[in-house]
Design a binder for this molecule. Structure first.
Ligand code: ZN
Length: 131
């Protein structure tokens, strides 16, 4: 199952929890795992709390995670080396347990797509495996 997430900023966090939960429910799997993946080299995924102030803090962290005070080799052919480096560090997939037909996640754990070179349309691939 795949869905598309439009982004509007160069760096932006998008909460995709609702979409992933819907895919798990649609699958009918009660016990297994859900894999969430972004097939992109300049985007990432992570889990954290969707609170407005914290989303601002996380966005700040993402912007600071790779220092910009150097010349990047990749910028000679494509002006987005920073985006690739941040994606490599943050990672492009998540695997979560599904129990009783629900994703096991803490109250304050939401799933975020992290745009690192937007605005773009980002594809999210969700695979639910189990019985
Ligand atoms: Zn590039």
């Amino acid at each position: 199952m795949t869905f598309t997430v439009p982004t509007s900023g160069r760096v932006e966090l998008k909460d995709i929890t609702r979409e992933v939960v819907a895919e798990v429910e649609k699958s009918g799997v009660k016990d297994g795992i859900v894999s969430v993946y972004v097939p992109h080299a300049t985007a990432a995924l992570f889990i954290n709390e969707d609170e407005r102030g914290l989303v601002d803090d996380l966005t700040w962290m993402v912007k600071e995670i790779i220092p910009k005070d150097r010349t990047f080799e990749h910028d000679r052919i494509d002006d987005n080396a920073w985006s690739h480096l941040a994606s490599a560090l943050l990672g492009c997939s998540l695997t979560l347990p599904v129990t009783g037909g629900r994703i096991e996640r803490g109250t304050w754990q939401n799933i975020f797509l992290v745009e690192l070179d937007g605005p773009r349309n980002r594809k999210v691939v969700v695979k639910v495996v189990g019985a």
